[in-house]
Design a protein around this ligand. Sequence first.
Ligand code: NA7
Length: 549
Amino acid sequence: MARVETDFDALIVGAGYGGIYQLYRLREMGLSAKVIDMASDVGGTWYWNRYPGAMSDTESFVYRFSWDKEDLQTYPWTHHYVKQPDVLAYLEHVVERHNLRKDMQFNTELLSAIWNDDAKYWQVELSTGESLKVRYLVTALGLLSKANYPDIPGIDTFQGLKVHTAKWPQGLDLSGKRVGIIGCGSTGVQVITDIAPRVKFLTCFQRHPQYSVPSGDRPVDPAYRQWVNENYDAIFDQVRNSAVGFGFVESTIPYKSVASAEEREAIFQSLWDAGNGFRFMFGGFNDITTDREANEAACAFIRKKIREIVKDPEKARKLQPHDYYARRPLCDGGYFEQFNRDNVDVVHLQETPITRITEKGVQTCDKLYELDVLIFATGFDAIEGNYNRIRIRGRGGLTLKDYWDPTGPTSYLGVSVPHFPNLLMITGPQGPFTNLPPALEAHVDLISRLIGRAESLCKASLDSAATPPVVEVTPEAEKEWCLECERIAEGSLFKETASWIFGQNVPGKKYALRFFFGGLKAFYDNVQRVIDNDYAGFKGLGQRADEDD
Ligand code: NA7
């Protein structure tokens, strides 16, 4: 069947970092593309997460696009970390600078996408009532966008204000209020640090205490900015050749290779002083997440710091974690210090669990905490949560939800799923676990390359009746990639520590590895191997020598 006319070559779903860059790339390739987003403007994660204290915990100089070199040199940032309004302003700026807004449509949700296998296009239905044919469906949904509410009895009876951090009401003034917060992951830690000084009383309902280290945030001095500007090429080169892509050089030193206890302590102290959670976890020793003794040494160091910072021994006891330091590493701008305030307390839910939420507040097994506002910093139904709410039907009517149901979400390189041709995911399951902007760029670069290849094969075909080539991974290649991800994660203490990374934060969610832990360099190497091997793993994209993409 000949190529059917479509409304757009590609529909990109999501106007955050990934969607913005993907639109830029497809437009550069001469393809027609449209971005839609449920939100009323650009920003993705940074549009929704407007809670007090929201900031990136990647340092500013690498929490941006690497591909606009002039902009890298000239766009201002005042602090070592970018706060939510700064990130939003930056993304709006990029969209204006590259005139991308004209191809974006907001307040628009993708309701369903059905693959037409005869004519090779996606038929998509939007919340606006529009129905479009598109050749490629690129999902830039974000890793964390479907809010997770805890399943606590009585949650709907609370008569005060309930707020999820990802849906923060504009202008909410917490001054003088009795506030409770459930959750102390990266979000909870940031909220608590920000609001503690101005609320009447803050009760932190903590299920697992967290290992958090200082962020090291401070204003940027001109000499540092000049150094960054002069070295940007080398900086992003290093990022792409690193594991976590945070702009520091990861350690190659095993913990036990440093013999003296003083020297080990000095390394931890220098990491603590430099700031940043990923640096603390990966910058001093190379085996904190794999060697139990190394991990315990990092834990003991952080526990000691908590005891030093928090003056009330009972609060300090409750705030000290005793499991592995093997969740997403956190950093903060004075989290533990907030517990020295008389108006801030912590409830250790493993000791005194919540029994229900009442109209007055939170009831634990021993006490009712009366509240005016209850904040849910309870995270997200990560990765597949964003996909499961859309009806996506691939070849033979198979839904993505059904395909993923038995095993948990899977893909090839985080971008492609068997039986779902021309569905291309930015940060799909088993993508790299790294600083996100460079990971998103890696995915967009790969997706653009795959689309370019399919398009060039299509143009090169002399047979006008030829079926257009599609981008689709083979089941074998997907399986191999999943095994590779499993192999790399083997021995990681992350596997032994419950978190959203393995789907353990949402009751009933499948325990499964949702990331490639091999690092950014290894991810790029794998992509290059695929391309060098005539698009190995992708059906029908190789076998012809007429590549011109
Ligand atoms: P996270 O990291 O998933 O943290 C959620 C927090 O909410 C965490 O402390 C959970 O405790 C807690 N939680 C979840 N459900 C409950 C119930 N039912 N009762 C008590 N406490 C609960 O989400 P964040 O938004 O902080 O961060 C997500 C990512 O966003 C982060 O990794 C960054 O990449 C940015 P738990 O530890 O599970 O006991």
